[in-house]
Design a protein around this ligand. Structure first.
Ligand code: ATP
Ligand code: MG
Length: 416
């Protein structure tokens, strides 16, 4: 039997990869304009990094990580998300000594052992951005404005921005306790998992998909009513700045995030186009994270976009392999040699040129040129070789011109 890919891990094939390249290219351009630089970290890290940052009682750490021991018995983990590795690198390379504000973005594969389904895979890709060093709500608004702008730029409008504040270490414990007390009185209605985790991670219950949990938490206390003065003020400013930048949003006080490091502003971009995989991007503030990983006490905020979900939402308009500029059809070995040299010359000059390598008939060669949707074709036989001239056929306009074979580059340049 032939070998197949690992379940939940996908190939991106020609025809689809063009959409990926488009989304990645636009991210680089938009994030670059907002002052972000790319950072690339390894896809494997010490397991401890994720346990300490994401949190021992989260879904990711409890059950979704690809963790293994290497040959020296070190516990390693394929990164399930990008923020912790970026913070690890930031601390290790002391990036804060270069500039008090670090704006970084990354893109690449992440790994989570989840049940594969539409929009949910075991290897998936994120494009993410992080700002380290600024507590001011202006940066929250700026990061959200950038995310909003990126979606406009790539032509996806069917997403809605939801924001919330999760408070800080000063006010969260009070809210946590209020929520635990509320849940305690409704324990029988909760699913098994929430009955188990309502004391260790009560916020997660608010975001459980089980219908019993949904119903039982309808009147749960709101995190926004438990914010301390400073968090309240911070959140109010984020909202007024978003208004000023004309970034549409709604407040969803039930939105909690699945990672422990989030404080204050959290957000999701949601869509109704992807069934239950409704979040296309998510993020928030993580003011204590850098310090908890052994770095300086610096605030941070960031987001990650799920690339597969973006691709699913993007129609196939971009998804077309690029068509050749010229197909060189050759009759006979000598003509094929000449075509080969001309083709390479064209490619060196930036033109997409194609030919046949299998000694096919002229008819078969022209069929392939049509199938590839080549813009121009040229047929080279004995007489063309002798005269050095041939017909350049414009396949779109159904016209043709006599041209010199040795000036193909100039002739095609003139028709660009
Ligand atoms: P979900 O609630 O869908 O499980 P999440 O809260 O676990 O998402 P994050 O950790 O915030 O997701 O990751 C940010 C984004 O990465 C998500 O909004 C989603 O678009 C994407 N994402 C997360 N997990 C997967 C996955 N297994 N397959 C594909 N995309 C994913
Ligand atoms: Mg998840």
């Amino acid at each position: 039997m032939s070998i197949t890919a690992i379940k939940g891990m996908n190939d991106v094939l020609p025809g689809q990869v063009e959409t990926w390249q488009f989304l990645e290219r636009r991210a680089r351009e938009v994030f670059g304009a907002f002052g972000f630089s790319e950072i690339r970290t390894p896809i494997v890290e010490k397991t401890e990094l994720f346990c300490r940052s994401i949190g021992e009682t989260t879904d990711i750490v409890e059950k979704e990580m690809y963790t293994f021991n290497d040959k020296s018995d070190n516990s390693l983990t394929l990164r399930p998300e990008g923020t912790a590795p970026v913070m690890r690198s930031f601390i290790q390379n002391r990036l804060n000594t270069l500039d008090p504000v670090s704006k970084l973005y990354y893109m690449g594969p992440m790994f989570r052992y989840e049940r594969p389904q539409k929009g949910r895979y075991r290897q998936f890709h994120q494009i993410g951005a992080e700002v380290i060093g600024v507590e001011d709500p202006k940066i929250d608004a700026q990061v959200l404005a950038m995310l909003h702008h990126y979606f406009q730029d790539i032509g996806i409008s069917s997403v809605a921005l939801q924001i919330n504040s999760l408070g800080c270490p000063a006010c969260r414990p009070t809210y946590r306790q209020a929520l635990i007390d509320y849940l305690e009185a409704r324990l029988v209605s909760l699913c098994n998992e929430c009955q188990r985790r309502y004391t260790t991670n009560p916020l997660r219950v608010l975001d459980c998909k089980a219908s019993g949990c949904k119903e039982a938490t309808l009147d749960a206390p709101s995190v926004l009513e438990h914010l301390c003065g400073e968090c309240d003020e911070h959140f109010a400013q984020v909202q007024s700045l978003l208004d000023e930048l004309a970034v549409p949003f709604s407040v969803n006080e039930r939105m909690v995030r699945g990672l422990d490091y989030y404080v204050r502003t959290t957000f999701e971009l949601v869509t109704d186009q992807l069934g239950s995989q409704n979040a296309v991007a998510a993020g928030g503030r993580y003011d204590g994270l850098v310090e908890s990983l052994g770095g300086p006490s610096l605030p941070g905020i960031g987001f990650a976009i799920g690339l597969e979900r973006l691709v699913l939402m993007k129609d196939d308009a971009q998804a077309q392999t690029a068509r050749p500029d010229l197909f060189l059809a050759a009759l006979g070995e000598e003509a094929a040699q000449k075509a080969f040299v001309l083709m390479t010359e064209l490619q060196r000059n930036g033109f997409r040129a194609e030919m046949d390598y299998q000694g096919k008939s002229l008819k078969a060669q022209m069929r392939r040129a049509n199938k590839l949707k080549s813009r121009f074709t040229v047929i080279m036989g004995e007489s063309e070789l002798q005269s050095g001239r041939a017909e350049l056929k414009d396949m779109d306009q159904s016209t043709q011109d006599q041209i010199a074979l040795d000036s193909l580059v100039e002739e095609l340049s003139a028709r660009r």
